[in-house]
Design a protein around this ligand. Structure first.
Ligand code: 3EB
Length: 359
């Protein structure tokens, strides 16, 4: 199979800003995107500033509201907490074919769920989902894709190039390659891609986009995912390590125990946690020194979500993370499979505030 690297000629530097076809300057005042882990009360409506409320697992209450989305990953810590994204309000709700979206005039939350069998397989479903969302955003005022979450059933099933994560990557890369022809220079968003351990083969893709460009960041400790060598699959993963939005808010991609491009500490979840935290530190330092963002550390400004393969590791991971972050920092641990079978966990972070120190 030919290798697909749609941006090999377009993105010469990891710090290339994410620039889409809409070149108008970001509107003033700055958008007020916020995110919290909150308990959604059983009664009462969501506030009109809520863009999206993501409910995890089968037991947590999900209000009957089109802005709510259930993700079938069971919480192992932080049960009952939902991820609530708020904008400037009031939220406007819309659909475009299979895409559901909510915006506040500045930022947009969108999602799409596709049944794989209706597309003939995961490559095709993945390509369809990404073609759909990329085309939607090419015509939308929210032309800058900042952050994408991918939820894939049985992500480690299949051998070699047929492993389902690699099939997903191939479909995604094809869609980016096709769209690249019409939107040169669009940078890869930050992303997470994790496995749903049970349930129907429905590909769920959720995202955040904005009117203004973000700045992509790469991790000095890691090879950029879009430059991973061939042995990890026929198409390298299409994502950036982090996206600094104009708010400013740093959206850090799912980060795992990968040094360079190799998985390290196989079989040892605690060692993988330490390596992952070192990777997160590397990214936060990069955001601080290169872009003047934030305090360069995990702390009260951080919103932390752990995807954990084995529930038996939850207690050890929770206590070490609690010791590292302190009592005040909320975090979620969700039971999920990780894209490489030897990886036991993946952590994503939203670094919410932080001053911009340089202009
Ligand atoms: C990694 O660093 C771990 O394919 O969208 C993390 C975040 C990972 C996003 C994706 C994959 C993705 O390669 C896996």
């Amino acid at each position: 199979m030919p290798r697909i690297d749609p941006f090999s000629d377009a993105v010469s530097s990891a710090q290339t800003p994410c620039v889409g076809p809409d070149t108008s300057p970001p509107p003033r005042p700055a958008p007020t995107l916020r995110v919290t882990y909150s308990s959604l009360r059983t009664e009462g409506a969501l506030g009109d500033d809520v863009l999206a409320a993501i409910v995890f697992g089968g037991k947590t209450h999900c209000p009957d509201d089109p802005r709510c989305l259930r993700i079938d990953l069971e919480p192992l810590a932080g049960a009952g907490l939902s991820e609530v994204w708020r904008g400037a309000g009031p939220a406007r709700i819309g659909t475009a074919g299979p895409i559901r979206h909510v915006d506040d005039g500045q930022c947009l939350a969108g999602w799409i769920e596709l049944e794989e069998r209706r597309f003939g397989g995961l490559v095709e479903a993945s390509e369809a989902a990404y073609r759909g969302l990329l085309q939607f955003h090419a015509q939308s005022p929210f032309s800058h894709l900042w952050r994408i979450w991918n939820f894939i059933t049985d992500i480690n099933e299949g051998e070699g190039d047929e492993e389902r994560y690699k099939l997903f990557c191939l479909g995604r890369a094809r869609a980016f390659a096709a769209t690249h022809a019409t939107s040169p220079g669009i940078g890869y968003p930050a992303a997470s891609a994790v496995g749903k351990p049970k349930g129907a083969r429905t590909l769920q893709v959720c995202w955040l986009a904005g009117r203004g460009p973000g700045e992509t960041l790469e991790n000095p400790r890691q090879v950029s995912a879009y430059h991973y060598p061939r042995k990890y699959g026929p198409a390298a993963p299409s994502f950036s390590r982090a996206m600094l939005t104009p708010h400013p808010m740093l959206l850090i991609s799912g980060t795992a125990s990968i040094a360079g491009h190799a998985s390290v500490h196989p079989g040892d979840a605690v060692a993988q946690l330490e390596e992952t935290l070192a990777n997160l530190d590397g990214l936060l330092r990069q955001a601080h020194t290169r872009s003047g963002f934030g305090s360069a550390r995990l702390g009260p400004e951080s919103l932390v979500k752990v995807y954990l393969r084995n529930a038996t590791d939850a207690a050890a991971i929770e206590s070490r993370l609690r010791a590292r972050l302190g009592q005040a920092v909320p975090f979620l641990i969700l039971a999920a499979d990780i894209c490489r079978s030897e990886l036991l966990l993946e952590i994503e972070v939203v670094q919410r505030s932080g001053e911009v120190l340089s202009a």
